[in-house]
Design a protein around this ligand. Structure first.
Ligand code: TXA
Ligand code: MG
Length: 324
């Protein structure tokens, strides 16, 4: 299959309407989309990504009114979150409407719904006529792509079209909040932080990251976001010396290692990225993982950061990447 690369949201949307699959930019990461009501197209998304069939997809809408056809009911908490955070980097898990084919939600009775804020994404989604289900546009298990080039690296020849846009603004996937029980529960941390959610609904339960949290969020139990290189959490002392937080069996020789973090190490690493803020850390992390693989780095050391605000999401993604 030849993958068409276009800057035209209208052209990209034609592929969706014709039953094809299209990668498109969003403010979080690039997604791989199909018409939510076309089960054959959705099956192509699972095949192209090699995604496990038990991992449900997020449905993306251009307008709040489109949520009606996706969700059987919109709980009050969800209405409040929609009012405050849509469009934006937030996915709400709601009871699913019968019309949505089971393959979209991996057989679950619930559906994740998100309205992206990026203007190009919204133009594309508006032109698609139906909502678009989209997982991140990577081969399953790899870091999510934050540029159109990274999408092609994984999916060239496997998908109909890529809509070319800017690098993703946030760089980590959306915050996922389950709104189907009395207290909203954060299933995946992201750019919308727990603090922000609690300003709207005080009882919102934090992300637990343990097995009870993973049982509610099928995607979180799968291996995620990993480069080929080993990933290790590190810290850096006043003198700029880097040490690993856990003893690891692999090389910590700086010439074979890469470093990403807020502080500058004194040793020279083969690849280094020093970020100014947690937001920049989030934005750069996945592309840095990919760059490390392009040049054959053995180990990526990621500086540990405080788990506040988007630091929760950054540390979650690093820990997942470090799992073997
Ligand atoms: O930022 C994002 O959310 C990106 C862009 C493209 O929108 N999409 C994305 O999709 O990250 P994906 O498929 O890579 O991750 C979706 C996550 C998975 O962890 C999945 O298990 C969870 O959302 N999820 C989706 N529907 C769910 C549901 N009904 N119940 C619980 N978790 C759900
Ligand atoms: Mg993904």
């Amino acid at each position: 299959m030849k993958t068409v690369v276009t800057e035209s949201p209208a052209e990209a949307s034609r592929f969706i309407r014709d039953g094809g699959i299209v990668a498109f930019p969003t403010e979080t990461v690039y997604g791989l989309g199909a018409d939510v009501f076309n089960e054959f197209s959705i099956a192509k998304v699972f095949a192209a990504k090699e995604r496990p069939a038990d991992n449900p997809l997020i449905a993306h809408v251009a307008r709040v009114s489109q949520i009606e056809r996706l969700a059987g009911e919109v709980p009050l908490a969800a209405l409040k979150f929609i009012e405050r955070f849509f469009p934006g980097p937030l996915t709400l898990v709601l009871p699913k409407a019968d019309e949505v084919p089971p393959i979209a939600t991996a057989g679950l009775e619930t559906i994740g719904v998100r309205m992206p804020g990026d203007p190009l994404t919204r133009e594309f989604l508006s032109a698609c006529s139906s909502p678009v289900v989209a997982p991140s546009a990577n081969i399953s298990g790899k870091p999510s792509p934050t540029t159109w080039q990274a999408v092609l690296e994984d999916l060239d020849g496997r998908i109909d079209c890529v809509l070319k846009g800017e690098p993703s603004q946030h760089g980590l996937e959306s915050t996922v909040v389950d709104c189907t029980s009395d207290t909203p529960i954060v299933l995946r941390p992201g750019a919308i932080t727990l603090e922000q959610l609690r300003e709207i609904i005080t009882e919102t339960a934090p992300y637990s990251g343990d097995e009870s949290g993973e049982a509610r969020s099928p995607g979180m139990k799968h291996k995620h976001y990993s480069p080929r290189a080993n990933v290790a959490l590190g810290e850096i002392d006043e003198a700029g010396k880097v040490s690993l937080l856990q003893a690891q069996a692999f090389s910590d020789d700086p010439s074979e290692c890469a470093f990403i973090g807020i502080h500058s190490p004194t040793e020279e690493f083969a690849l280094e990225k020093i970020v100014g803020t947690l937001e920049e850390y989030a934005r750069e992390l996945f592309e840095f993982f990919r760059e490390c693989d392009r040049v054959g780095i053995a180990t990526v050391i990621c500086e540990s950061v405080e788990e506040n605000g988007i630091g929760v999401a950054v540390m979650d993604r690093i820990r997942r990447a470090a799992r073997r």
